[in-house]
Ligand binder design. Structure first.
Ligand SMILES: NC(=O)c1ccc[n+]([C@@H]2O[C@H](COP(=O)([O-])OP(=O)(O)OC[C@H]3O[C@@H](n4cnc5c(N)ncnc54)[C@H](OP(=O)(O)O)[C@@H]3O)[C@@H](O)[C@H]2O)c1
Length: 248
């Protein structure tokens, strides 16, 4: 449907789950996808699958919480592939516990990966995209960043922060043809949500009007749209993809 031919996309957290789904979808639409996470082995199997299916993917092992590492990633991508047209800041973790028990490390680690990771990505890619006078930046937040959630003060703060970061940078970069948007997934079946208790899963499931848990493909469809030329008049927005769980 949407064509990403001749585009280069960097997708973080592409070794599994939602990131893997977006990498596959972008590759199917014709983009070269640079798959990023910390584990090279897992990335290799994702890229092998994409390349085996006739797509084009390469891998780059990088911890997104390091600005230096992120800057190297973007520099190397531009050197090898000529541009970075699409950046998806998707890498994220949870360290859930009640605020009373949350350690400073639980707080900082989540902020460093989920929020500072996206800051690092946007900062690293801005110069190249400004030169191109075009670019798509997509940040993966969460419905929890809109509503809050007990036991997730660190995660909710990081995800709400992503929305503010996206709006501020959308305003800064709009005149250069760069759009910055968020996708807020609801409850999506991945390793991250597999770790929840059965009771928590049932409670969440019962709150989804469309009556099913989401899949990485549901998020990938929204990401493909936001990455496309057709979404060129949309910036600073958050698209919620959650089966109707949160309606604001
Ligand atoms: N699943 C849901 O229901 C849901 C709902 C709302 C929002 N989200 C958001 O969607 C995104 C993807 O979630 P998911 O469910 O697909 O999670 P997941 O299955 O746990 O995958 C997380 C990905 O992030 C990578 N990653 C983690 N820390 C990293 C770091 N420091 N540097 C680089 N990569 C890192 C992981 O690879 P390595 O461990 O190999 O580095 C992995 O590829 C996250 O931002 C999450 O908060 C998910």
């Amino acid at each position: 449907m949407f064509n990403l031919k001749n585009k280069v996309a960097v997708v973080t957290g592409a070794s599994r789950g939602i990131g893997k789904g977006m990498a596959e979808s972008f590759a199917k639409a014709g983009a070269h996808v640079v798959c990023v996470s910390r584990s090279e082995d897992a990335l290799n199997s994702v890229a092998d699958e994409i390349n085996g299916n006739g797509g084009s993917a390469s891998v780059y092992a990088c911890d997104v919480s390091s600005l230096d590492a992120y800057q190297e990633l973007i520099k190397d991508t531009v050197a090898s592939h000529g541009s970075v047209d699409i950046l998806v800041n998707n890498a994220g973790i949870t360290r859930d516990t009640l605020i009373m028990r949350m350690s400073e490390e639980d707080w900082q680690t989540v902020i460093d990966i989920n929020l500072k990771g996206a800051f690092n990505g946007i900062k690293a890619v801005t110069r190249a995209m400004m030169k191109q006078r075009a670019g798509r930046i997509i940040n993966i937040t969460s419905v929890v960043g809109l509503t809050g959630n007990p036991g997730q003060a660190n995660y909710a703060a990081s995800k709400a922060g992503l929305i503010g970061l996206s709006k501020a940078t959308a305003k800064e970069l709009a005149s250069r043809g760069i759009t910055v948007n968020c996708i807020a997934p609801g409850y999506i079946a991945t390793d991250m949500t597999d770790a929840m208790t059965d009771q928590a899963k049932e409670t969440l499931n019962s709150q989804i009007p469309l009556g099913r848990i989401g899949s990485p493909d549901d998020i990938a469809a929204a990401a493909l749209f936001l990455a496309s030329d057709e979404a060129g008049y949309i910036t600073g927005q958050t698209i919620t993809v959650d089966g109707g769980m949160v309606m604001i």
